[in-house]
Write a protein of this length. Sequence first.
Length: 207
Amino acid sequence: MVTLEEHALLDAAVFVTEFPRPLSQVEVPASLRERLRLDAPAPMHSDDTIRAAVRGLLRHGGYKPTGRGKPASEYLVRAATDGTLGSINAAVDVCNVVSLHSGLPISVVDLDRSRPLHRIGVASSDMTYVFNASGQVIDIEGLLCLFDADGPCANGVKDSQRTKTHGETVRTLSVVWGTRSLEGRTALTVGWYRREIEALGATTRDS
C-alpha cells in the first residue's frame, strides 16, 4: 500500500506488476519497440496544454521543472525526436511508450530493491539522490516524490539509481504522475499502461 500525502493538484495512479520471469527473459515485441517513435500510432497524444499542466504539478511544491530538471515525459519527446530513445527492458519500454504519447511522467521501480512502507509526498530541503550509474545527483527539494523506508526513490523527473529495474527484476511499482488539472487523463493513461503490461504476460494489481 502506498500512502499519498495531501496535495492540491496530484492525481496519481499507482500499481504493482509481477512478471512471470526476470526481465532479462521477457521478450520485448518489435511492435512495442516501434512505438518508441514520436510519430507511432497510439491511443493518446500529448500537446502544449498537457506539458504546461505537468510542469504546473511539479512546480506546485516549489520545484523548478526546467532545463535539466524538466519532466521525464519531455526528455522522452526529445530523445524520440533525436532518434536516441531505444529499448531497455520490457518494464521500462512500456513505461516509456505510454509516457511519451500520454505526456504524463511515469516512474517504475524494482519493488524488491525498495523497502516498505511507501508514500508519495513533497521532498524537503536539501534532499538529493543519485539517478544514474555514473553517480550523478539530482536536487529534489520541493518535488513530488515516491519514498520508501530508505528515503526518496522516484519522481516525475528522474528515478533513483538505487531502485531502478535490472535484468533480475520480477516485481515493479509504477507511479503515473497525473494532475487534477487534466481531468480523466490519469485514468486513461493507467488503463492503457496496464493493458500493455498485461499483454506481455505480466499481472497487475492496485497498490
